[in-house]
Design a protein around this ligand. Structure first.
Ligand SMILES: *Cc1c(COP(=O)(O)O)cnc(C)c1O
Length: 244
């Protein structure tokens, strides 16, 4: 097997095992192959190997790749997993099948406005709310160290969530987080657990919305994330190797 095909098969098998160990159905966990920094030819190889969900963290870079790979069959779904600036909302609303990095009402409003222009009768854009539950200073996302247990922080966040839920051209599907970097995957567990518990709390408060998706876990920690309920794991290095 070609290296990428082989790597994807290995990751899928590790995803399956992690799900079964957690008593979950492996079909609940989608692999997002993170293609940032990698050229279209490698991305096409991954798609041929069955990686139909692709993650990019920069709108500009993704735009070039999506254009280069237009016409690929089957058509992959593109996920924006990196921080989104409001001045890129227009392009993002046109290009992506899901935006994982919505972290303010203002950004969501910009995406909602731009989605209206994305074509005749555009479908609502699926989004995730990115939350920084670990408290690491460098992380993007709604700032909620400690997750739902942080009652004061939660009360500050809820009006924004309600505003986002009311936007007609966006559909909230769940939450996303990035765990602190480190060598020990177990160190990420409290972060993943806090995101799941926050999701449960939001689902109790806003049962009219869909909260099924938890985007969490990367090369170093996706198995722990699956044990804590991840439905979307974002894996780059374990498929494509180290980024240059
Ligand atoms: C780059 C990136 C990933 C993938 O990280 P790997 O360690 O290469 O698996 C996942 N999520 C986000 C938000 C990223 O920016």
């Amino acid at each position: 097997m070609a290296p990428i095909t082989d790597a994807i098969a290995q990751i899928r098998s590790r995803i399956d095992q992690a799900a079964r160990r957690a008593g979950r159905d492996p079909a609940e966990v989608t692999l997002i192959a993170v293609t940032k920094t990698h050229p279209p030819e490698l991305v096409a190889e991954a798609v041929a190997a069955g990686a139909l969900d692709l993650g990019e963290n920069r709108v500009q870079e993704a735009a070039a790749k999506i254009a280069a790979l237009a016409g690929l069959t089957p058509r992959p779904r593109w996920h924006l997993i990196g921080h989104l600036q409001r001045n890129k909302a227009k392009l993002a609303a046109q290009l992506f099948d899901m935006v994982h990095s919505v972290d303010s009402l203002r950004l969501a409003e910009a995406l909602d406005r731009q989605r209206a222009e994305a074509g005749p009768q555009p479908a609502a854009l699926p989004i995730l709310l990115q939350v920084n539950v670990s408290g690491e200073a460098s992380k993007e996302g709604f700032d909620l160290p400690g997750g739902a247990a942080n009652r004061a922080g939660l009360e500050r966040m809820l009006p924004e969530v309600e505003g986002i839920l009311a936007l007609p051209r966006l559909r909230v599907r769940g939450l996303m987080t990035i765990a602190p970097y480190g060598d020990d995957p177990e160190a990420a567990r409290p972060t993943f657990r806090a995101l799941r518990e926050l999701r449960d709390e939001l689902a109790r408060r806003y049962p009219q919305a869909h909260w099924g998706e938890l985007s969490m876990g990367m090369t170093g920690d996706f198995e722990v994330a699956i044990a804590e309920g991840a439905t979307l794991v974002r894996v780059g290095r374990a498929i494509f190797g180290e980024r240059g």
